[in-house]
Structures are given as structure tokens and as C-alpha cells.
Design a binder for this molecule. Sequence first.
Ligand code: PEP
Ligand code: MG
Length: 759
Amino acid sequence: MVLLSAAAAARAILISLHEVMASRSGPQAKLNQIVEVIGAKLDSEVCSIYLLREGMLELFATRGLNQAAVHVTRLAVGEGLVGTIASNIETLNLAEAAAHPDFAFRPETGEEKFHSFAGVPIVRRERAVGVVAVQHVDPRRYEEVEIEALQTVAMVLSEMIANAELIDAEDALGVSAQQTGPERLKGQPLVKGIAAGLAVYHQPRVTIEQIVAEDTEAERQRVYLAFDRMREQIDRMASQAEFGVGGEHEEVLETYRMFAYDEGWSRRINEAIDSGLTAEAAIERVQQRTRMRMRQIDDPLLADRMHDLEDLSNRLLRIVSGQLGTAASMGLKGDAILIARNLGPAELLEYDRRRLKGVILEEGSLTSHVVIVARAMGIPVIGRVRGLRGCVRDGDQLLVDGDQGVIDVRPLPARTEAFETRFAKNRERQAHYAAMRDVEPVTRDGTRISVMINAGLRDDLPMLGLTGADGIGLFRTEFQFLVSATLPARERQTRLYRDVLDAAGDRPVVFRTVDIGGDKVLPYLRHNGGEAEENPAMGWRALRVALERDGLLKVQARSLLEAAGGRTLNVMFPMVTEPWEFDAAKAVFDGQLAFLKKQKKPLPEAIRFGAMLEVPALAECLDVLAPKISFLSIGTNDLTQFLFAADRAHSKLAERYDWLSPAIMRFLRRVVQSVAPHGIDLTVCGEMGGRRLEALALLGLGITRLSITPAAVGPVKELVRKVNLPDIARAMSGWLDAPPPNLRAALSEWACQRGIECD
Ligand code: PEP
Ligand code: MG
């Protein structure tokens, strides 16, 4: 053939196809004409169209193969070259078809004389509903421009076939569901639990209504405008540093900018428009081609980049089509498993809690805010799942096992039944724990253990009543900041704190002043002068930010003091590293207290100040700090990451070190001993206290106050009631003096022998 540009070749075919489409002939006659048009334009002896019918790819029309084979030759998805193209949704371009391992010879077609073969899937809603193939006598691969023309044609065919009802849309979906069958994906368990529901993408894929353009110039203008808007959005994100959560965002943003300004990308889209496609179809067309190319390159770095481009391409599509809403704005229709690249806590909270059953993130880490919020909501989360978009479609049935980090996609009935059994067991367990609401956590030797909850949102407050917890041992005030679009004004802060105290009634609430920074970057607060931090967890965060920007702490102090008028206020400072930092923070409160006194405003009845022990250095100065404070709370999430020098958000390190190690336990024992003479409350408020075996170890160290995730209150209360403190104290003391090879195993065996269930 005379090699035209891809656009010109495709356009020439599209014009002819248009004529065929406009004709009055029936669908079969149209298909017969289409294969002639494509064959002639691509100068191919053979052009065939296979469509899915009853789960099989049936030869619907051909030029060049035996006509007797039409509606006779049928291939299963995955069978032969045509079946392979459909099952992998990929293009094949072969000089010698018979040499391909998947080649399946069908004598009735008479195709033995044709050597070269190229086939493209006809894709509808991301599923292959057919294949268009061309064949040559000459053993030569098709040129790139020919393949591209064929791919554009396949897009148009997909629309035409659906409109002509040559394939029943529902039938095609049903058949394709079988076609893609069950699959299993693995990720990192971030929040435990199990869930079942239908896949819902946070940012749904755009449905393309029209593929062939009526006015090419108008389509070009639409794409120009969309590019402009997208670039503006990306630039704005950069200036606000608001993009994503977690330390990766800078890098992602850079890649986004690179793509957004990539001339090659916009040029390819323009070429696709030249070939007669609408703006939407052109963007999708280019994306399909990139997807196919990338699939052939096995490089994880490129796969990541591909992921970014997918995201951006979808963004462009959403702008151009005006389909801008997230799945939250459309509302969940039934039990849903939400899929997102990453989410902010506010975005998660926009979803209907009754219907949101699980979350799958392509990124995500244990400490990302969304994960902490999901944990508080009792929603299982799996993170760092690769290959999601290629395998899961909107509406697919999913089973999420947050305990193992496994996702079953389109599960077989046996698997769903096994899940049902687990659900039933979970429900039984929950009912059992709910019934323990009023049971007091008293050990067998009669010690009353204080079991409190960690909270941070208004929505968490009902958990106090539901669990029968002794209070809120850690109220993460920064959550209000994280879910707000702007810095929460003093009145809003005061209102929340007052509501929290009202909900708690007689039970104590410990308000931790804002712990922002680190991985909790606020979009509206320019952080660290806009500089990226090398080690944000050890960087400008928590009290370090609050003391430098004392306006922030002043407002919060005023809000807390006002909200607690006439009641007891417990204030705790995070990340205290040296005792003077506590003094400085307390001075801010003293200043505000003096101001309120002058104003004759109602003051708290009592104010108790405390500190979090999260930085190891503070443990060396407890003798200095303890006389100044009423309580100390050990934040084991941060403390252990600093003791092990292992980033708590690093997925590779997540399982490497065990909290139940002699190092951590000996450290905690020393802290218990240092604090004891001062008679102040000592609590553990890290995630550790919510795990039963770990809680048992803490009891053995002499810790009698735990603040934990609400779901753990029942299990921990049950544990407490089975423990005899002197026994576990003796055992722990022995193990810490002469550590066994595996402390966890020793502790677990000890518990098991005494009938103490510890998961
Ligand atoms: C901790 O570090 O253990 C803690 C409770 O604080 P956060 O998890 O909010 O950092
Ligand atoms: Mg912390």
C-alpha cells in the first residue's frame, strides 16, 4: 500500500465506514461491506471480523477467507491468535502466523496460504467484544501506520457494533466476565478485616459517548482547552503542595508536569483527531496505544510512569467530557469496595459509611491519614496493590481480606461461601464483644485496667458508648485540620472540643495538640517553607511546628480552654524531645489562660498537662520532666520507628522488626521504672496496645492504662479478665533478663498454656 500517515490512513477508512454506516443495509450487510473497505484500504487480501457470541469469538464477516466459514468458525477466548488477542486485549502483528505458539489452524477458513497476520481487539467498556484481523500472502509484518489505522478502526467498530446491536451489550458484559474469570491480587494489609462488595473507582472512567467526530476543528479546540485547564490544575497543585499524601507526592507531581507539558502526547492526540475521532475518543485511542506499548516492556519504573500517565489521561478525559465528579458525588448504590490511587481522609469521609465496606489503594501506607481514619471506621484497607486497573473493572465483585492482604476479583462461588462463613464468625465475635460493653476490665488478681479509645473525629464519638471504654486516651486534634479545606477557625475548633467533652460526659478525654507535619501535610499550610524534607518523620512536625508557629498553638489553646470551661481539661503535647519544649508549649496555654481570666470567661475546673513519649531522647530526661506533668503517654508508633531506625511507613520494613522484641520491651520497662516514683499516670496509646499479645506484654511490664483503636476494646477487655498480673510480670521479667530466641513465640506459648486467647 502507499504509506499514508496513520491519521490519513485511518481517516480514509473512517470516511468510507461512515458511508457504510449511513447506508440502509442491515447489520450483516454492513459488516460485509466494512471488511471490504478495510481490506481494500489496507491493501490486505484478508480482513475478518470476529464477534463474541455466547462466549465464543465467531467469524461474522470476512473478505478473503472462505465465505462458508462465516458463522461456522468459532474460537474460545484464549484459543488461537484471535482468542489470544481478545483475552489479553492486545494487538498482534506477525510476519508468520503459523509460527506463533497460539496459532490454531482452522481448515474451513482456507487461511493456510496467508502468512502474515495482524489483529486488534474491539474493546467496549474495557472488555474485548471482538477482533478485527487482516492477513497477507506476503510474510511481512504490518507497518506501524497500518496497525494504528486498524486500531482506530477497531474503536469505531466497537461503537458501531453496539449501536447495530450486533452484540447484545449485556450479553457481551456477561460473556466478558467469564472471559476474565477469577483473579487474585496481593497487597499490604493496612487495616484488618474482611469485606465483600462491588468495585467502585474513586475517579470513575469516563464513558465515551461518541467516537466519530462531526467537526474536527471543534474537537481540536476542545482538546486545546482541556490541556490548558489540566496544566493549570497541575501547576496549582504544585504551588499549593497539596497533591496526594505521603512523601512521594513531589516526585509524582514532577512526572505529572512532565506529561502534562509533553508535546508528543498532545501531538498524538491531535493526530488521532485528524483521523476523524472526537476529542474523547482521540485521548482514549492514544492511551490504548501507550498501554499496549508499555505492556511489552517489563520495567517496574516504566510501569509506575505508565500509571501516572493513565491518571493524567483520565483527568484530561474528565475535563473534556465534563464528567468531573468522583464516585462519592454520585453516591454508592450498594456494598462497595473503593479503589483509588491514594485518598485524603476528607475524600474517604465523603462516602456513605453504611455502604463503604473496604478500600484498596494503589499506594498507601500504614500511617497515611486515610488509613488511620479507615481503621477508626472499621473499614479494611489493602495498600500498595499493583496491576489493579488492568484487572479490576467498575462493578466487578471483590472479596477483600485485610488480614492477609489478598483481594479476590470475580471470585468463584466456593470462595464467596468461605467468606460468608468468616463473616458469620466475625458477626458472632462482634456481638460477643458488644455484650462486654459493661464488663469491667479487671485482672484475675483484682487490678482495674483502664481501657480507653483513640479518636479524632466527631464520628468516632459514638464508639465511647458502644465499647464501654473508660474515656478517650488520645484525641488526635489534627484530624479536624486534615479533613478541612482551610485552617479550622477558633470557633470551629471550640465547637468540636465541646462536643467531644459533652459526648464523653464523666469520662476523661486527652486532647493531643496538633501533630501536623511529617506525613500529615496540610494543603493550606505552606510547610517547611515549601522545601521537601529528607526525613519528614524526623523533621518539622508536631510541637516543633506548633512552637514556631505559635499562632497555631495559641488558637488551639484558646479553643481548648474555652471548650472545657467548668470541666477538667487534659492536654497532651506530641513529639516532646527535650523538657524545655514542654515548658514552652505549656507557657502558650498559661498565656491564654491569663487572657481568658482577664476577660472573665469561664475557665476549666482543672487543667492536667501531659506529654507523649515518642522520641527516645526524652526517656533519658524523665526525672526532669515527670515533676512537671500529670501524665505521660507512650506513642509506640513513633517511638518504635525511632528505636529501630525503621520508617514506620516503609512497606519493606513493616514486618522486619517485631514490637515484641527484648529491645523495645526493655526500653519500656525502664520507662515504667523511671516514671513509677513520680506517681503520674502512664498510658500506652500506640497501635501496639490494641493487639492482644502485645497488650499482654505491656501488662507484664506494669502498664495498666491503654488507649487503643475502638475495635480492640472488646478483645482487650476479654484478655485483661483472664490475666493474673503477678504471673505475667514474673514471666516478662524472666524473659527480659535472659531473652528467649523469640519473645513473641515464648509469650504466645505462655498465653496458650493458660487458655488466654491472643490471636
Ligand atoms: C504514636 O506515635 O504512637 C501515636 C499514637 O501518635 P500517631 O500515631 O498519631 O503518630
Ligand atoms: Mg506519634
